[in-house]
Design a protein around this ligand. Structure first.
Ligand SMILES: Nc1ncnc2c1ncn2[C@@H]1O[C@H](COP(=O)(O)OP(=O)(O)OP(=O)(O)O)[C@@H](O)[C@H]1O
Length: 226
């Protein structure tokens, strides 16, 4: 069996911008293995967010193949795509997107209830994840009562709640001051390592990129190693 968790072959994406065609991806290829933490860099507007959206099956491609944890996405209907996404992928964004009316713990429990996990199991998993990100004493706080770094640590715990094989992160520390960002990245790295995940993390921060296993660079619609 292949160890590849994410594989893209010849992926194309064209946007229509006021009658003008913008070819953002022109044959993007990549493979990420289980346990690999990979940085995605590239100039602003190169298409990093678009690529992550396509990898996460949130945006369709205009050509090429995407395979996630051994499942080819082409040919899947919307419901099957949603199910595959829910089962295999966790997302972390620059802004946390936590539910403001719910506590940190509930924010990690809710996605598990949606995935039909029993409440007791979901709660145990949420408590364990909060411990892993060092926030067990903040379980009852709402997002608005947490600092930016704490909010982002809860968002990371939530992304992992359903045990995905692949973590996709778009500038996960982009909203934080450098010191906090550094510590949050450290927590993210530990989580990814402990859970044995594959991770693709878009960043403008070359210091963070250097701390990952590999760097991919998106340039002129293609992906280059290094
Ligand atoms: N829905 C859309 N419709 C039209 N054009 C789009 C759409 N989404 C993105 N684009 C364009 O595609 C290009 C790539 O955008 P994208 O956000 O993926 O880049 P990025 O590398 O993530 O940039 P940044 O580093 O600034 O976040 C940009 O020129 C953007 O304007």
């Amino acid at each position: 069996m292949s160890n590849s968790v994410l594989s893209l072959t010849g992926v194309r994406k064209v946007f229509n911008q006021g009658g003008r065609k913008l070819e953002v991806l022109r044959g993007a290829d990549l493979t990420i293995q289980r346990g690999e933490m990979v940085a995605l860099v590239g100039p602003s507007g190169a298409g990093k967010s678009t690529l992550l959206q396509i990898c996460g099956l949130l945006e369709g491609a205009d050509g090429g193949e995407i395979s996630i944890d051994g499942n080819l996405s082409s040919g899947l209907g919307e419901r099957q795509r949603t199910a595959l996404r829910g089962r295999t992928i966790g997302f972390v964004y620059q802004y946390h997107h936590l539910l403001p009316e719910f506590s940190a713990l509930e924010n990690i429990v809710i996605p598990q209830l949606i995935a039909d996990r029993p409440r007791g199991v979901a709660r145990q998993r949420a408590e364990a994840l909060l411990r892993q990100v060092g926030l067990e004493d903040r379980a009852g706080h709402r997002p608005g009562q947490l600092s930016g770094g704490e909010q982002q640590r809860v968002a990371m715990a939530r992304a992992l709640a359903n045990g995905p094989a692949l973590l996709l992160a778009d500038e996960p520390t982009g909203n934080l001051d450098p010191g906090t960002g550094d510590r949050v990245f450290e927590v993210l790295t530990t989580l990814v390592r402990e859970e044995g995940l594959a991770a693709l993390i878009a960043t403008h921060n070359y210091d963070l990129a250097a701390r990952m296993d590999r760097t991919l660079s998106l340039q002129d619609g293609r992906i280059l190693e290094g």
